[in-house]
Design a protein around this ligand. Structure first.
Ligand SMILES: [Fe+2]
Ligand SMILES: [Fe+2]
Length: 151
């Protein structure tokens, strides 16, 4: 379980950093506020994971604090020719990452017998599900607006 928690925590860190970076980069008011909210959520998730960790073992909270950001899947290496393309592929990558998070958190919830703990995992899963939906609609709007550029 500790290894699992460390893995999840590292992705939450990674996602927070990336969403913050996207928020700083975009001039689109809607995208900026979405990315800012996503970053805040991923930060909050780190807190929840620390609470879950502490439930398993008193030392685990401190172990999580040492974890570095990382991602279980890598973004495709593409020849990016414009900022629009870059933003588009970043969104697609994070759509995948959010989907993975939903799957993982839900699976872990199913394996958890303690009801309070299971609810925490389920809450994480449902947040990530909402993230997936939000990024997906941003992606669709983006595809409409930049049809010619992102092909
Ligand atoms: Fe998260
Ligand atoms: Fe997320």
């Amino acid at each position: 379980m500790l290894e699992k928690l460390q893995g999840y925590y590292s992705v939450e860190l990674y996602s927070e950093i990336e969403y913050k970076r996207f928020a700083d980069k975009t001039d689109n008011v809607y995208a900026k506020s979405l990315y800012t909210k996503l970053a805040e959520d991923e930060r909050r998730h780190q807190g929840i994971l620390k609470d879950i960790a502490a439930f398993y073992h008193p030392d685990w909270r401190d172990i999580l604090v040492e974890v570095k950001p990382s991602t279980p899947i890598q973004p495709e290496k593409l020849t990016i020719t414009s900022e629009v393309q870059e933003a588009y592929h970043a969104m697609k990558f994070h759509l995948k990452l959010e989907f993975l998070a939903v799957t993982e958190y839900r699976k872990t919830a199913q394996e958890t017998r303690e009801p309070k703990l299971r609810d925490l995992w389920l809450n994480l899963a449902s947040d990530e599900e909402r993230h997936h939906r939000e990024i997906n609609s941003l992606l669709q709007a983006f595809e409409k607006a930049y049809k010619e550029i992102i092909k």
